[in-house]
Design a protein around this ligand. Structure first.
Ligand code: ADP
Length: 349
């Protein structure tokens, strides 16, 4: 049929979904380019059962030809990689024998993936908030009952309650920060940022925490006066999170080194830039974890992260901020030696 009607054929070719036109005996009489690409170049003229092997789809076409309405179908194709499709099947009433049924197959794999990610995220957030909340409720009941007249227990429980409340506050702060960063991700940042001053401020803020673990925070910037186009607050958050992690996961008494160097090329993005490396001496990170570290709530050792006040969102925030800056985060680690988190930022204007 597409030979007979080139205008019609051009029209369906412009549709990005898979489109098939069938005659009254389920024979494919026209297929758009997406269908030919996905189902085979020579599908025109074939019976539908030789093109689409889903019994659900074949049954639905039979019902449409018999005059029954059918709902939108959802089917999956497991090979070579699993993909999910929505299939719309409708009768055509254009008076042509060759065009009795329209079948549109839409790939909804990415949409389904995003829906699942959103559902997982909500489940994770609820779980992360519920554990400190349950603990708070438990201690409140104990203070109202058995520990009511026990001053020593009261002090101890109140200290734990304060810690749990702070954990919830940290999580909420990180969630808000993440959603703000996501909302601004498509807007390029506009401040002219003095990286040296920014890193010195970050080191100042974290020096007390470092001293508690007898760690030194070292800044090596050489003769550079590095400036980048960025968002001062967001870049402060990036280097605060990375340095805070280096202190958290670094061994007691070891240094945390922050170095700034010019980079000829920002990886994947291209163009000259600055590379800021935050390096620690720690147990390091096994290679299988590296690709997942920037996922929300991904933690190598949940108990350890929690006991150190982690929320599991720090690196996700870092990644989104670096993306907004059209930069790259590269993580390099050697088990038993330590890790380097390298932030590449494009050069300032
Ligand atoms: P958290 O709040 O748990 O530190 P992050 O998103 O900052 O969350 O980091 C995710 C996970 O990556 C951490 O739980 C930890 O397992 C690992 N990680 C991050 N930074 C380091 C580091 N410098 N050394 C070793 N592991 C690290």
């Amino acid at each position: 049929m597409d030979k007979q009607n080139p205008k019609y054929s051009a029209l369906i070719d412009a549709i990005p979904d898979t489109v098939l036109i069938l005659d009254g005996s389920r024979r494919v009489t026209a297929a758009n380019s997406a269908a030919r690409h996905q189902l085979g170049a020579d599908i025109a003229g074939r019976d539908l059962s030789r093109v689409v092997r889903h019994p659900q789809v074949l049954e639905a076409v039979r019902r449409v030809l018999a005059g029954d309405p059918v709902p939108v179908l959802t089917i999956s194709s497991p090979v070579p990689v699993r993909r999910d499709f929505e299939v719309h099947i409708a009768p055509l009433d254009c008076g042509e024998e060759a065009a009795k049924v329209l079948l549109i197959q839409r790939d909804v794999t990415d949409l389904r993936g995003a829906e699942m990610m959103r559902a997982d995220f909500v489940a994770n957030v609820s779980h992360e908030l519920r554990s400190p909340l349950s603990s708070l409720v438990g201690f409140i009941e104990t203070l109202q009952g058995p520990a009511h007249d026990d001053p020593a227990a009261r002090e101890r429980f109140l200290a734990i309650m304060a810690e749990e409340a702070q954990r919830m506050a940290r999580l909420i702060d990180d969630l808000l920060s993440l959603s703000k960063v996501e909302a601004s991700e498509h807007i390029p940042p506009g401040d002219d940022v003095d990286l040296k001053a920014l890193l010195q401020r970050v080191i100042g803020t974290l020096s007390v925490r470092a001293e508690e673990k007898r760690m030194r925070l070292e800044l090596d910037i050489g003769e550079l006066e590095p400036r980048v186009a960025g968002d001062v607050d967001q870049l402060t958050e990036v280097f605060h999170n990375l340095t805070d992690n280096a202190i958290k996961y670094g061994r007691d008494g070891t240094p945390v080194r922050i170095t700034v160097a010019a980079a000829d090329r920002v990886p994947d993005v291209g163009g000259a830039g600055m590379a800021v490396t935050v390096r620690d001496e720690s147990e390091g990170i096994a290679a299988e974890h590296l690709p997942r570290l920037t996922e929300r709530f991904y933690r190598i050792d949940k108990g350890r992260s929690r006991s150190m006040g982690g929320t599991g969102l720090g690196l996700a925030i870092v990644k989104h901020i670096v993306n907004r800056h059209r930069g790259r985060l590269v993580i390099d680690s050697e088990v038993g030696q330590g890790s380097a988190f390298i932030v590449y930022l494009p050069m300032g204007r």
